[in-house]
Design a protein around this ligand. Structure first.
Ligand code: F3S
Length: 427
């Protein structure tokens, strides 16, 4: 890999041992990928830390959080002092919501470990956004901006909807990018690799958030990690619909980028989306494909009694919380059903101010932050059957938590929380 002078100096230790190890990691990683060089980045979304058993091991006498960063972000058994981050860096979702720890079944000592990690990463200069949707709360990269982001639903969103450039990075590469402002130049950083490969023509109207989730789920299964180009839209999708669409496609397949002709910034026309590349395959999405996706995301669901309704995967926007409040206001949840809604902490502050948190809590639900059930592995005790409005969560939750999961519209889910029973169906 060709390194510039500033990169060589970092590798040689001019900025201390942690930056040198970070640069060494990026060079090894880039060479394994066949990258010819590094690219500057001023926007990193990653995660610092490790799972709780490891975090417990690293008390202050064992190097503390510097040891955690060294081992888990820099792949270094040697503990090195970690300097402040060099570029704008955001922390992604965490494993718990400290304010709802007891309800999530999280013990006090785990909350203290979480707080120690939070203080540490904020001290390094990492913004504590603690969400899978940094683009909803102040980290909004612009078209063409080279980023180093983790979290599949966020990666596909910023590549496709915003036209920013990132590959799906990991804890190690994002940690190293925070300290160096560099990331290997390969994959979706390069123009040619962002062109469409498959054409998907819509035969039916796709308008609701649930329908966008179903389209994304079907599409991911079809194209896996390629770049689909979708045409034939009859309705302009909003942020929530594109968020659910991308999250679903990144779950059933490994899609990191798509083009919506006439909507996304690198696809003003079909020709621009493909950029001269030959179309590998043409597919159509109609009623049969929509039904197939619906059956797939409901494949684990059998029992109508619902113990747990989870909303907010990916983390809900303020608009989505408002929509739920309109469905929920004046109602009371079933005594046997919990409703947890996940969002970013800064959105919850707005929801508090707007009175939405009060509406949710008055009904018997809870607005939680920083984590979600799949990532935190937290569900109400005794849950056998859940209901969600996210194809991504329907894909992961049954496998991770061993429970049945219904998928439907947000209205279906709110109704299930009120009735304690699933009555949703594909309409
Ligand atoms: Fe976010 Fe959890 Fe879904 S981190 S994308 S809410 S699985």
């Amino acid at each position: 890999m060709k390194l510039r002078d500033d990169e060589k100096a970092m590798l040689d230790g001019a900025q201390g041992p942690a930056v040198s190890k970070a640069m060494d990691l990026l060079v090894r990683y880039g060479e394994a990928l066949g990258a010819e060089c590094l690219i500057d980045t001023n926007n990193v979304a990653g995660t610092i830390g490790a799972t709780t058993p490891f975090l417990r091991q690293y008390g202050d006498r064992n190097g503390g959080m510097d040891a955690v960063f060294s081992e888990f972000n820099l792949d270094s058994a040697e503990v090195v002092p970690i300097p402040r981050v060099k570029v704008f860096s955001s922390h992604l979702q965490q494993g718990i919501d400290p304010k709802h720890a007891a309800r999530q079944g999280v013990s006090e000592d785990v909350v203290r470990i979480y707080e120690r990690g939070q203080t540490y990463s904020s001290g390094l200069g990492v913004q504590p956004l603690n969400t899978c949707t940094p683009y909803q709360v102040g980290n909004v990269p612009v078209k063409g901006e080279h980023c180093a982001w983790m979290e599949s639903s966020a990666v596909i969103y910023i590549n496709s909807v915003l036209g920013a450039r990132t590959n799906a990075e990991g804890r190690e590469s994002t940690g190293a990018a925070m300290l160096t402002g560099k990331i290997p130049y390969w994959g979706l950083h390069i123009d040619d690799n962002r062109r469409g490969t498959h054409l998907i023509q819509l035969d039916i109207d796709v308008s609701s958030t649930a329908d966008w989730g179903l389209l994304g789920y079907w599409m991911g299964e079809q194209v896996q990690d390629r770049i689909p180009v979708i045409e034939g839209l009859r309705h302009q999708p909003n942020l929530a619909r594109l968020k659910h669409f991308g999250a679903a496609a990144a779950s059933s397949g490994g899609v990191e980028m798509y083009h919506l002709v006439g909507v996304t910034p690198e696809a003003r026309t079909r020709e621009e989306a493909f950029g001269g590349r030959e179309i590998e395959s043409v597919m159509r999405f109609g009623e049969a494909e929509r039904r197939w996706a619906y059956e797939q995301v409901n494949i684990t669901a059998r029992d109508a009694q619902v113990d747990f309704v989870l909303l907010g995967c990916p983390h809900y926007s303020l608009e989505q919380i408002w929509e739920v409040c309109q469905l929920l206001e004046g109602q009371r949840l079933s005594a046997n059903t919990e409703l947890w809604i996940f969002t970013a902490a800064s959105i919850k502050q707005l929801a508090d101010q707007a009175g939405y948190t009060r509406i949710i809590e008055t009904a018997g639900g809870h607005l939680m932050t920083d984590t979600c059930s799949a990532i935190g592995r937290v569900i109400p005790k005794g849950t056998q059957v859940a209901a969600v409005d996210s194809a991504k969560q329907a894909h992961y939750l049954p496998a991770i938590m061993g429970i049945q999961t219904w998928f439907g519209t947000t209205a279906d889910c709110v109704q299930a929380a009120v009735d304690g029973r699933w009555t949703g169906a594909l309409k």
